[in-house]
Design a protein around this ligand. Sequence first.
Ligand code: ASP
Ligand code: MG
Length: 422
Amino acid sequence: MTKSETSQKTKSTNHKVKNISVVKFGGTSVKNIGRIQHVAEIIAERSKIGPVLVVVSAMGDTTDYLVKLASHCSNHPEPRELDQLLSVGEQISITLVTMTLHAMGVKARSLTAHQIGIFTETVHSKARIVDIEIDRLVKAIEANNIVVVAGFQGVTQDGDITTLGRGGSDTTAVALAAACGASVCDIYTDVDGIYNADPNVISGARLLPRVSYAEVVEMARLGAQVIHPRAVELARNYNVKLRVRNTFKPDHEGTVIDGGEDMEIVRTVSGVAIDKDQARVAILDIPDQPGVAGKIMQALADKHIVIDMIMQAFHPTSGLSSITFTVHQSDVKDTIATLSELKDKLGASEVLSDPDIAKVSIIGAGLAGQPGIAAIVFSTLGEAGINMKMISTSEMKLTVVVAKGDAEKAAKLIHKAFELDT
Ligand code: ASP
Ligand code: MG
């Protein structure tokens, strides 16, 4: 979560909109005109109960397409121009949804982030929301309009368009729900809700009717891909209950994400996640002295490289040590370049990278202090002859790094070992 979003002070406090429903539709839900028609019907139906604020993503793969177009014009498009371009995707879908509602005889109005005043920091491609003006939004709602807002975009104090980072429409929806004082935000997508594993990989994956914010944040960070972790953290901070629902099965209950209060901890492990977009990097034979690790990490931090799963190993015979960690695959090149620059200064012998890895994790609010969890994971993998390259644990998760080719098998076996398929 971001500082500015957590401490976000909306000017909404005296303008809460009574009984408002906030609903968000992802790119697959508005992929083509047929689907937009379907979405408009859901919205029209909901508007019979009370005011509706809709947030939509760009149609299907539009954002990817726009990124590609930009790359044909320049190898390094200026971030300001790129955001200006990418924001167009959502602008297309809000107008089409609104026109469809009009054709159905429903009063509606589309609004961009600029028109509303969804203010962000002056950072392009991953801006954080700092303030939301809801006066215009409220006026449109009070005039009996369904308001259809463009997700993923914001505006700086100087009037430049920003974007919130890929998948950012979830964040827009939750921020608006918080600003309007809505207690619930519905995230409509193309699956039934949050599962305890990826149903495309593990046939025994089960839908979770209810899960806590903390568990979903961990699942999303560790590779599950239903909802953006930043949106979930924002929801937690503003106490907005989330409901993940299937656009194509509107009667299905989906998954409720909330604080998990009075949720009995009946399950120790709530999910298994796989992340194949990781790589392992190591710097070998560095002096075993205070300050060395700090220098390495600082150099990486200066390049905005996020690292994870740090492991230090000491070799008693040589008196030297080595540091191994994981990074996102997209950061491998920069990581190697940064470490190679340091190599001679530190007297390291080698910098190695291994892209053939995947993280397999179990997540659970009840993991802390439970004995035997690691034993189950390690023996399950051991019996299957799957080698673990790295291990890390924390309060809510246990992650092992295995060869990419072993990841799905490992996840399936672990899923079964914890009886998550029943
Ligand atoms: N259209 C943007 C993207 O594809 C934002 C979103 O879908 O949430 O990342
Ligand atoms: Mg999208």
